[in-house]
Design a protein around this ligand. Structure first.
Ligand code: PHE
Length: 463
């Protein structure tokens, strides 16, 4: 293990972890659920979820990774002392790898839409046509697959360059780029007539909209957005230097993640209001990103103008960068696992991971076209991957991580690592353990019951 690489700097470590956290979720989900569920009231709840739930789990994942200097499966094997808890790490690796298979499909779409925007392909397109453009693109057997392979090739390239010259260097270029693009887009949006209304919609608190379901949604979003329970943070933390401050790093990553998410709202809503669209009709996910927004940008910034094309290009490129840095973190989870657990050379391990995601990614991509006949409960293969990971793998992984860190992991070890062996004060230790023992498992358990529909069934039974 002596030859194991480290991140060369604290900033590099923070930016790499932030690159994992800032992803599609920040742009295509957070702004919409915030706007529609109470604005600032939702943000307050979201922040509470981050503090009470997200940070303790993130710090624990960091701690386990840095303590063991090992891939996620190896890390849990070491800290669980051979008990069945080692399976939590393997589950994390599986989850990360599994999510990667469909996440890259969307990454590929962002590339195609960057290209379409640059080619001014949305000039004079009637509003009703955008949905057809999207469905005929995704149903095409060749075009999405081609973009998919380009997207995978970029990930593979960065991973094979290694931790320091690949992931860290890349994050140090890409994250500031992402931030600059976000700021540029916010400025463009803020200058639109009626922009203030959009920002108001996003920010004015409306506590009457906050229901139990909204709180659970906030928790689920916080969880996904911080990349918890996928092995990413644990793997990245295994490359932290021993004097990296874990809590400070976790706070930095969460702050960056949240700021980007809120700013994404400042990009989307002013444009939505500018064209007179009802913000409550805006959907999240792919429909927002690839059907509503190209239309919104054309209308708001002038059909076919240079400005509209530029905003559109920048927006899809932003999504591409966000998706890419997240995908890289997922690839690294699996690469580190194969390379360390099977003693394979890193480059060969990366090839194994890439081959698997290329095969499964192709299947997911084709599930909108030639393979769309394969369905379960109306879901195509892509949706199955998405639902299974979001509803089952992530909550189960998060729950087990919290329980493991709170109840099973040696508390002395926890405190020792948290305080960097006594170098820094970790007065929040007790609070952290309290959250890991009680708050986080309970909260995640509820999200799980709600998402799987079991909550309603239970309520019905009780009635
Ligand atoms: N945090 C990412 C997001 O907000 C989610 C993610 C990260 C998904 C890493 C996969 C891998 O989109």
């Amino acid at each position: 293990m002596d030859s194991r690489e480290n991140f060369g700097s604290k900033l590099g470590a923070i930016l790499a972890a932030a690159g994992s956290a800032v992803g599609l979720g920040n742009v295509w989900r957070f702004p919409i659920i915030t706007g529609q569920n109470g604005g600032a009231a939702f943000i307050v709840i979201y922040l509470c979820c981050i503090i009470l739930l997200g940070l303790p789990i993130m710090i624990s994942e960091f701690l386990i990774g840095r303590h063991t200097h090992s891939n996620t499966a190896g890390a849990y094997r070491i800290v669980s002392n051979g008990s069945p808890w080692k399976w939590v790490g393997r589950l994390g690796v599986f989850t990360g790898w599994f999510i990667l298979c469909y996440y890259i499909v969307v990454g590929a779409w962002t590339l195609h839409y960057t290209y379409l925007s640059a080619a001014n392909a949305f000039y004079d397109v009637p509003a009703t046509e955008y949905s057809n453009i999207f469905t005929s693109f995704t149903a095409n057997p060749w075009v999405p697959t081609l973009w998919l392979y380009i997207f995978i090739a970029i990930i593979h390239y960065v991973i094979t360059k290694g931790v320091r010259s690949g992931i860290e260097k890349f994050s140090k270029i890409m994250m500031p780029t992402l931030f600059i693009i976000v700021v540029m887009l916010v400025v463009c949006s803020a200058m639109l007539p009626g922009a203030a209304k959009g920002i108001q919609f996003l920010l004015v608190p409306d506590f009457s909209k906050v229901t139990g379901t909204v709180i659970l949604q906030a928790m689920g979003q916080a969880f996904f957005s911080l990349s918890l329970a996928m092995g990413c943070l644990c793997t990245y933390a295994s490359y932290f230097e021993t004097n990296t401050k874990l809590a400070t790093t976790a706070i930095n990553v969460s702050v960056i993640d949240t700021i980007v998410a809120i700013m994404a709202g400042f990009i989307i809503f002013p444009s939505v209001f500018n064209i007179g669209m009802d913000p409550n009709d805006v959907q999240t996910g792919a429909s927002l990103t690839f059907i509503s927004l190209p239309n919104v940008f054309q209308k708001a910034f002038g059909n076919g103008t240079f400005l509209a094309a530029t905003v559109s290009v920048l927006f899809y490129f932003l999504l591409f960068v966000a998706a890419l840095t997240s995908a890289i973190s997922l690839h690294e989870v699996a690469t580190a696992y194969i390379s360390e657990e099977y003693g394979t050379e890193r480059k060969k391990a990366a090839v194994v991971v890439t081959v698997v995601i290329t095969l499964l990614g192709t299947v997911c991509s084709l599930s909108f076209g030639p393979l769309s006949f394969i369905r379960l409960n109306g879901l195509n293969i892509f949706d199955m991957f998405d639902s299974f990971s979001g509803m089952i793998l992530l909550p189960v992984g998060g729950f087990l991580t919290a329980v493991f860190a709170g109840w099973v992991l040696d508390q002395k070890l926890y405190k020792d690592e948290l305080s960097n062996h006594g170098e820094i004060k970790a007065s929040y230790f007790k609070l952290l353990i309290f959250s890991l023992r009680y708050v986080a498992p309970l909260a995640i358990g509820m999200v799980f019951l709600e998402q799987t529909g079991l909550f309603r069934k239970l309520l019905d039974l009780l009635r």
